[in-house]
Design a protein. Structure first.
Length: 432
């Protein structure tokens, strides 16, 4: 008789950092501020800049969930940090702050492509989460995904995913962006997502933090929710999957232009962040932080004005073109911030990318990791640059995390050529 695999057990609690539960790193405390759908007002964005200047190292790190991390916080600063985040509306519930992981299509409503206002979904989902005591048992890693129909968020395989359908009146609810799905009224989609999360907790909350940690035969099935949710039907999950929005101008049907930029290695200085705030002040007054370590600024009037803003952001060191070798490149904290890291991976990544000609990488995302934990690495297929005792090991990893053939062992000086070859070699023609 075949042996049925069992879900992984959890011997210790979830140590995922938050805005109140800080992580002790070698360079000081680290705080992770959740931004549902990446949405920020100018006031909130300004307060984040002030916090990293007053308490942190002057930088803001963007995570793969579209959240913001502040590093090098001094001991005893948690009280001031929490108070200032609450005053800015960035901490609506102390008990729920780590479970407010909501990623949403960042170009929704801007380019005429999507089918739903997932920003409204995100705000309602956040409200419902903060009003539900049961969901506080979710891991800080559990991710809600709100896809406006273009397939960008579904490609991230969130734990609970809502995908807008073309009629704009319905959405497909699914786990890990896999079938079967459940068609629900768009107006009821946020509530359905909370019900799906509670269903996961009831069945698997003690054995796994994320749906994708469970073997395929043990993952939750949305058909069990049909009896709980009224006006639903089992349906297929839309197969459309699209890459991250590339950096550059985004023209809208209303004659306005949005700016899409990426943060080099996922990190922005407070000065660069303030330039984005200034662009938002000239636009709709909103910033959208993306799960691809970028920022979208909606609502600028006139292509010429948008182009001038984009040029200024490029001069400040932001990534504004998909032809940049920095596009799709990321790195963990590395030394000296992390004691587990074998190298200063950010310095080595910077040297490698600076030595690569513009437009000369193409292809797959690349991520530098200081140890085997690979904190913050991208999903899908990506180039894994792992620090080892005598240099780096460069390979391509599949969407399931397995290493493909063609491992290259190099020292830091050999990284530019090895990384470029891995990103653009056979099978490396995807887009970050």
């Amino acid at each position: 008789m075949p042996v049925t695999p069992t879900p992984p057990g959890r011997a210790s609690g979830d140590a995922c950092p938050g805005a109140l539960r800080l992580h002790a790193a070698d360079d000081g405390a680290l705080a992770r501020v959740r931004l549902p759908a990446g949405l920020l007002t100018i006031r909130q964005a300004t307060e984040l800049a002030a916090l990293t200047e007053d308490l942190g190292d002057g930088n803001l790190d963007i995570t793969s969930r579209g959240n913001i991390q502040l590093r090098a916080l001094p001991a005893g600063s948690g009280g001031e940090l929490g108070g200032r985040l609450r005053a800015a509306g960035l901490l609506p519930s102390d008990r729920h702050e780590r479970v407010r992981n909501i990623a949403a299509s960042p170009l929704h409503g801007l380019d005429g492509t999507g089918h739903a206002d997932v920003g409204a979904w995100a705000r309602e989902l956040d409200r419902l989460l903060c009003a539900d005591d049961e969901v506080t048992a979710l891991s800080g890693r559990f991710l809600f995904g709100l896809d406006d129909g273009r397939g960008d968020i579904a490609a991230l395989t969130p734990d609970v995913t809502l995908i807008a359908e073309p009629d704009g009146r319905t959405a497909v609810l699914c786990y890990a962006a896999e079938g079967p799905g459940l068609r629900v009224p768009a107006a009821d989609a946020p509530r359905a997502a909370v019900v799906a999360a509670r269903h996961f907790l009831a069945a698997h909350g003690g054995s796994a933090w994320r749906v994708t940690e469970l073997p395929a035969g043990h993952r939750p099935d949305v058909t069990a929710l049909a009896a709980v949710l009224a006006d639903t039907e089992v349906t297929a999950v839309p197969a459309t999957r699209s890459p991250a929005p590339p950096p550059g101008p985004v023209s809208g049907p209303d004659g306005r232009t949005a700016l899409s930029v990426a943060a080099p290695l996922g990190r922005l200085t407070a000065g660069q962040w303030r330039l984005l705030i200034a662009a938002a002040e000239a636009g709709s007054g909103e910033l959208r932080v993306t799960p691809w370590r970028g920022v979208v600024v909606p609502g600028l009037a006139g292509a010429d004005a948008a182009a001038a803003r984009l040029a200024g952001l490029a001069d400040a060191g932001l990534v504004v073109s998909a032809g940049s070798p920095w596009y799709g490149a990321g790195a963990c904290a590395g030394r000296p911030g992390c004691a587990k890291s074998r190298a200063d991976v950010r310095a080595d990544a910077t040297a490698a990318l600076t030595g690569t000609r513009p437009g000369g990488t193409g292809g797959l995302p690349v991520y530098w990791s200081g140890c085997e934990r690979r904190c913050g690495h991208p999903g899908g297929r990506w180039v894994d640059v792992l620090a080892v005792d005598d240099g780096y090991r460069v390979t391509v990893r599949t969407g399931g995390g397995e290493a493909e053939d063609g491992v290259r062992s190099v020292t830091a000086p050999g990284l530019p050529g090895a990384v470029a070859a891995a990103r653009s070699g056979p099978g490396g023609d995807g887009t970050p």
